[in-house]
Design a protein around this ligand. Sequence first.
Ligand SMILES: Nc1ncnc2c1ncn2[C@@H]1O[C@H](COP(=O)(O)OP(=O)(O)OP(=O)(O)O)[C@@H](O)[C@H]1O
Ligand SMILES: [Mg+2]
Length: 186
Amino acid sequence: MSTKKDIRNEVSRKLDSISAEKRKNWSEEIAEHLVSSDIWKGAGVIALTISRGKEVDTYCLIEAAWKQGKKAVVPRADFKHKRMSFFEITSFNQLEEGPYNLKEPNVESCPSIDPKKIELVIVPGLAFDKNGSRLGFGGGFYDRFLPQIKAQTIALAFPCQVIPFVPIEPHDCLIDHIISPDGFLL
Ligand SMILES: Nc1ncnc2c1ncn2[C@@H]1O[C@H](COP(=O)(O)OP(=O)(O)OP(=O)(O)O)[C@@H](O)[C@H]1O
Ligand SMILES: [Mg+2]
């Protein structure tokens, strides 16, 4: 059985080889499936991350949320304690450069949001399986955060990120749904 580290390396390599055009097209397909779902339609406060280069694009989702009068809330990480706080953004100008190439909300211009108000979490990650097992980027941030809330969770995945088996440990939180370019896989 592959270890988490092996899978992170392998999937990361595969993600790097997706062309910019493919990434854009697949991201648009994933976004269409998400925004036409009842879960999205029913959620007023949605937590998302700001996507980085090789990830499924979330900028278009944040814009869709704004257009539909939903609140888009994004995390700021406390790397010492491996905890996240969420802030509402109403413009991409409110983002600033954080560590690890992350874009994070500026705390002066963004209101802090009580995590219990979040109704849907778009959970980032590298690999997922159809049981809902999830492999993140290795910090344990979402595994610490998700048990505190009751929101639905959805992962967005390019085809190479959905693998037959993701090894999990007792602290790992399962995700409720996975959306790939072909639609909901879970
Ligand atoms: N709820 C928790 N309480 C204490 N330690 C935790 C908890 N969740 C995760 N950890 C620790 O965090 C480390 C990273 O966990 P893991 O490999 O599952 O990260 P990940 O799921 O990839 O990260 P992320 O959730 O940030 O995407 C592990 O050493 C794990 O023991
Ligand atoms: Mg984990």
